[in-house]
Write a new protein. Structure first.
Length: 536
C-alpha cells in the first residue's frame, strides 16, 4: 500500500476534532465501573433520544436504561469503549485493573487527552486517585472532577473542594452545584444558569435511573426552600472567591471543573458527558522525541500504550493497543515501527470490547486500535507511515514494590533469561540488577504488587521457567548519576540500601523507607539522588 492517505486532510481534521479521548481515574469502589456504564448507556440512550422523548419523555429513557443495563459488563473489561454523543465520538479508555494497581494503569494516561477524576463524596480524596492525578499533572492531561454518590450521606461540598485545592494544588471550579446535602440530594443547579433547577426523583425499585425535571428558579425557591437558597449562596461564595472557569487554565492543569452527581442513579451524568464534549480538548499535535511535532493531519502515527498477552487462552495471543495520534489508520496498511525501522502489516486490527472483537477498517486521531499478534511491538513504541515519527518514551514510574527473582530450576537459566528480558521489554515490570545479587537474581520493581502475579504466571506458563519471587523490604527508589553510583559503591551500605542498574541504564538506589532515605541523605549530602516520577 502506498503512503498516500486515501482520506482527504479536511476529513481527517474534521474527524479528529469530533473525537474526545478520555479515561476515568479513581480509587477502587468510588464508582468507576458504574460511571463507565452510565456514560455509555446514557450516550446510547441519547442516540435514540428523538424517538424516546417524542414518546413522552422519561419513561422511554428509563426503559432504554433497563434494556441497556441487561448488557451490563461489556464496558467494564474493555480496553477502550467507543460511543457517540452529540455528533462526537467518545473514546473512553479503561484504566485497567484499578483494584490491582499496576504500571499499566499509569501508562494508559499517555493515550488520553483528558481525565475524569471520580471522587466518592463520603471518602473524599483517596490514595490511588492522588497517584493517578499526579500522573495526569506530570503528563499535562487536564482533569474534570466528578464527585460521586451524592445520593448518600457524605462530606459537605465546600470541604471536598477545599481538600482538592489543598492536597492536589489545583483550583476546583464548580460547573454544577448540588441542591440538598449529600444523602438528601434534591437536584443540581448549573453555575452558568442559576435560573434553572434540575430536580431528580428516585424511581422505585426495578430501575436505577432517577427522573429529571426542569424547574425555574422561582419554582425551585418555592418548592425546595432553604435547600435551593443555600445552594445558590454556597455556589456564589465559591465562585466569588475563585478564578472562575477558564479554558486555558483548565487545559494547563491549573483548574479543574467540578461536577456533582450519582452515577448509580444517573444523576449529573449527562452534564458530565456534555462537559467532556464541550471542555475536553480534541486530539492535537503531539511532541516528537527529537523536537518538533506530529500534526494531527499528517500521515498515520500512533503509540502503543498497552500490551495484553493471552487475552484469548485458546490462541495465546497478544494484543498491542495503539492510540492513533495523526492521520488515518486503515486496516491492512503497512506501518513502520520507529524503534527498529521495520515495517509490519496491520491485517489483524480490531477494537476490543470485552471478549468481543470487531474488525476495525478505519480509525482517526484519538481512536484506539488493537493489533493482534504483533509480537514485535513494545509498550511505548511509535508506529507511522510517511515522514518518520517517534514519540518520547513513556516515563517509568517510581516503583514501590521490589522482589528478587530466581529460577526454580537452575538448568533452565536460558529460558529464565529470555523470559525476564521479554517481560522487561514489554514493561510488565522494571528489571534491576544489583552488584550484590548479580544478573542471575534480578530485582523486579513494580508500582503495584499485582505486576508480580503476572510475572510469576507468565514465567511459568509462557517461558517454561517457574520462578521464586521473594519480596524485598525496599519501598523507595532514587535515580543517581555515575558519580553518585561510585560514591554509593564506596559508601558502606546497610541492608536498607542498595544500588541497582535498570535495563535503560538508569542507576537506581533503593531504600527501605523514607526514614532510611532521609538518614542516608543527611549522612551523605554530596550523593546525587533524584526522585523518580512521583506518583504519591
Ligand atoms: P469501582 O470499583 O470504582 O469500579 O466502583 P463500582 O462502580 O463497582 O462501585 C462500587 C460500589 O459503589 C457499588 O456497590 C456501586 O453500586 C456503588 N455506587 C457507585 N456509584 C454510586 C452512586 O452514585 N451512589 C451510590 N449510592 N452508590 C454508588
Amino acid at each position: 500500500m502506498s503512503n498516500e492517505q486515501s482520506v482527504p486532510v479536511t476529513q481527517v481534521l474534521a474527524e479528529a476534532s469530533r473525537r474526545r479521548t478520555f479515561a476515568v481515574i479513581s480509587h477502587p469502589d468510588a464508582g468507576k465501573s458504574t460511571l463507565t456504564e452510565a456514560l455509555a448507556l446514557h450516550a446510547r440512550a441519547i442516540t435514540s433520544a428523538g424517538a424516546v422523548h417524542a414518546k413522552g419523555g422519561r419513561r422511554g429513557v428509563t426503559s432504554d436504561w433497563m434494556e441497556l443495563e441487561r448488557e451490563r459488563g461489556i464496558s467494564v473489561t474493555s480496553a477502550a469503549l467507543q460511543f457517540g454523543h452529540r455528533e462526537h465520538v467518545m473514546n473512553l479508555v479503561d484504566t485497567p485493573g484499578h483494584a490491582d494497581f499496576s504500571e499499566d494503569t499509569y501508562r494508559v494516561l499517555s493515550a488520553v487527552d483528558c481525565a475524569i477524576m471520580l471522587i466518592d463524596a463520603a471518602k473524599g480524596l483517596e490514595e490511588q486517585t492522588r497517584k493517578l492525578f499526579s500522573v495526569c499533572r506530570h503528563r499535562g492531561v487536564p482533569v474534570i472532577t466528578f464527585i460521586n454518590k451524592w445520593d448518600r450521606r457524605g462530606r459537605d461540598a465546600l470541604t471536598l473542594l477545599e481538600d482538592i485545592e489543598t492536597h492536589l494544588g489545583i483550583t476546583p471550579v464548580p460547573v454544577v452545584w448540588p441542591v440538598g446535602v449529600a444523602g438528601n440530594l434534591r437536584g443540581l443547579v448549573e453555575a452558568a444558569d442559576t435560573e434553572q433547577f434540575r430536580r431528580y426523583t428516585k424511581v422505585p425499585a426495578g430501575t436505577h435511573a432517577a427522573i429529571e425535571e426542569l424547574l425555574t428558579a422561582d419554582e425551585a425557591a418555592e418548592q425546595e426552600g432553604e435547600d435551593w437558597t443555600n445552594a445558590l449562596e454556597e455556589l456564589e461564595l465559591v465562585l466569588s472567591s475563585g478564578p472562575g472557569y477558564d479554558q486555558e487554565a483548565f487545559e494547563a492543569g491549573k483548574i479543574t471543573p467540578v461536577f456533582f452527581g450519582a452515577a448509580l442513579t444517573n444523576i449529573g451524568v449527562k452534564l458530565l458527558l456534555d462537559a467532556v464534549v464541550d471542555l475536553a480538548p480534541a486530539p492535537a499535535a503531539r511532541p516528537l522525541a527529537n523536537g518538533g511535532h506530529r500534526e494531527v493531519a499528517e500521515e498515520f502515527s500512533g503509540v502503543v500504550f498497552k500490551i495484553q498477552a493471552n487475552m484469548d487462552p485458546a490462541h495465546r495471543d497478544r494484543i498491542a493497543f495503539v492510540r492513533v495520534c495523526s492521520g488515518v489508520f486503515e486496516r491492512g496498511m503497512n506501518v513502520t515501527r520507529a524503534a527498529s525501522g521495520r515495517s509490519l502489516t496491520t491485517k489483524y486490527a480490531h477494537t476490543v470490547f470485552g471478549a468481543e472483537r470487531t474488525v476495525v477498517e478505519t480509525a482517526y486521531p484519538g481512536d484506539v486500535v488493537g493489533l493482534i499478534n504483533a509480537a514485535a511491538l513494545r509498550v511505548g513504541d511509535t508506529l507511522f507511515t510517511g515522514r518518520k515519527a517517534e514519540f518520547p518514551p513513556l516515563p517509568a514510574f517510581a516503583p514501590e514494590y521490589f522482589a528478587v527473582a530466581r529460577p526454580k530450576d537452575i538448568s533452565r537459566s536460558k529460558q529464565f533469561r529470555r523470559g525476564v528480558s521479554q517481560l522487561d521489554e514489554e514493561g510488565v515490570v522494571q528489571v534491576l540488577v544489583s552488584d550484590r545479587r548479580g544478573e542471575q537474581a534480578p530485582v523486579m520493581a513494580a508500582v503495584g504488587p499485582m505486576q508480580f502475579d503476572v510475572v510469576l504466571h507468565r514465567m511459568e506458563h509462557e517461558f517454561s521457567s517457574p520462578i521464586h519471587l521473594d519480596r524485598l523490604s525496599y519501598q523507595l527508589a532514587r535515580k543517581t548519576n555515575a558519580e553518585g553510583a561510585e560514591a554509593l559503591a564506596k559508601a558502606r551500605l546497610t541492608d536498607s540500601e542498595v544500588l541497582t542498574r535498570r535495563s535503560d541504564q538508569a542507576l537506581l538506589a533503593l531504600f527501605a523507607d523514607k526514614w532510611h532515605l532521609n538518614a542516608f541523605q543527611r549522612a551523605k549530602p554530596e550523593i546525587y539522588l533524584e526522585p523518580l516520577i512521583a506518583t504519591a
